[in-house]
Design a protein around this ligand. Structure first.
Ligand code: OGA
Ligand code: NI
Length: 353
């Protein structure tokens, strides 16, 4: 794995703050990748499912709702998810303050492509690649043995405790969701967790995304089209600014987030484990000229050193194994070299028949 970036890193936030009237060429996407803003009336009315988790946990009808959301959309919003609303607001606020610190302070945490931990502005190490209009902060959360406290920000003062407190709550939520996903696939409640490597061996990381204002939002993307490589992603979106778009057929649906909701999406590893029954759906982020946007993505991942392949019970004569097994550390390192590239990575594991 490369230990340094192929080109000097430019913080997109500082670039935005200089008030450039146009988007530099490095960020201008080819025409076919540029975002579509004008959705038709029927698209505008389409929404990813919103599930009230009080109607889901332990309820047979809830399992059916989860199943259809994961088969059809790969995404849903959760209300009554159990994570404290004021904690959500505080942790997002603390990260917003972090990004408002002077560049020199943030640069103390500058990351490199070997672990990605820290403050960064690009994904992938392909030289001359088109870049995304965002900065981010990435940190490892689970297993706790791989945490590097020196890479966690120390400012604003409460941020470390808030990350830890939020991380614990979201981790519990992911454990609960893993049981629900397992049952919704017709498996024993603990089956999926075992397949992920077990509660004390699973991985998790947190990426806080910062999307600065952009002078020409129609030419670029805050985050290029990708599917999430891991197991389950829990996204805490910005409370005011929309931006996440989810693939629907040939088009994109802009998510209108419900107040205090968390957004769940299925990652590539659950697509693989479920033998393609659950979909890891492509998504991307659009930016705008008026407001910056902050989001927190919590990635809940399988144990990294065991092969992950379709769960035996989900492989049948009518539905033979679709994917060849791969270890998550290997899978992730391929993604980290290339950066976001739609669904190419998971598709590369398809067994030809
Ligand atoms: C991600 C992601 C969406 C967003 O971090 O993988 O898809 O709204 N983020 O920031
Ligand atoms: Ni994503």
């Amino acid at each position: 794995m490369a230990t340094c970036w192929p080109e000097p890193i430019v913080s997109v936030q500082s670039l935005s703050q200089t008030g450039v009237p146009t988007v530099p060429n490095r960020y201008v996407k080819p025409a076919h990748q540029r975002p579509v803003f004008n959705t038709t009336q029927s698209d505008a009315e389409m929404e990813i499912p919103v599930l009230d988790m009080d109607d889901v946990w332990g309820k047979p009808e809830g399992l059916r709702l989860v199943r259809s959301a994961c088969e059809e959309w790969g995404f849903f919003q959760m209300v009554n998810h159990g994570v404290n609303h004021s904690l959500m607001e505080s942790v997002r606020g603390a990260w917003r303050e972090f990004f408002e610190l002077p560049l020199d302070e943030k640069r103390k945490y500058a990351n490199s492509p070997d672990t990605y931990e820290g403050y960064g502005s690009r994904l992938g190490v392909v030289k001359d690649a088109k870049l995304d209009w965002s900065d981010y902060f990435f940190l490892n959360y689970l297993p706790s043995s791989i945490r590097s406290p020196s890479k966690w920000p120390s400012q604003p003062p409460k941020i470390r405790e808030l990350i830890e407190e939020y991380g614990e709550e979201v981790k519990k939520l992911c454990e609960r969701l893993t049981e629900t996903l397992s049952e919704s696939l017709g498996l024993e409640p603990n089956h999926l967790m075992k397949a992920l490597g077990g509660e004390d061996k699973v991985g998790a990381s947190l990426r806080t995304n910062y999307y600065p204002k952009c002078p020409q939002p129609h030419l670029t993307l805050g985050l290029s089209s990708h599917s999430d490589p891991g197991g389950i992603t829990i996204l805490l979106p910005d409370e005011k600014v929309a931006g996440l778009q989810v693939r629907r057929g040939d088009g994109w649906i802009t998510v209108k987030s419900v107040p205090n909701a968390l957004i769940v999406n299925i990652g590539d590893q659950i697509q693989i484990l479920s033998n393609g029954i659950y979909k890891s759906v492509e998504h991307q982020v659009i930016v705008n000229s008026g407001m910056e946007r902050v989001s927190l993505a919590f990635f809940y991942n399988p144990r990294s050193d065991i092969p992950i392949g379709p769960i035996e019970e989900l492989v049948t004569e009518n539905r033979p194994a679709l994917y060849k097994p791969i270890r998550f550390d290997e899978y992730r390192s391929l993604i980290r070299q290339k950066g976001p590239c739609g669904k190419n990575q998971v598709d590369s594991l398809l067994l030809s028949r």
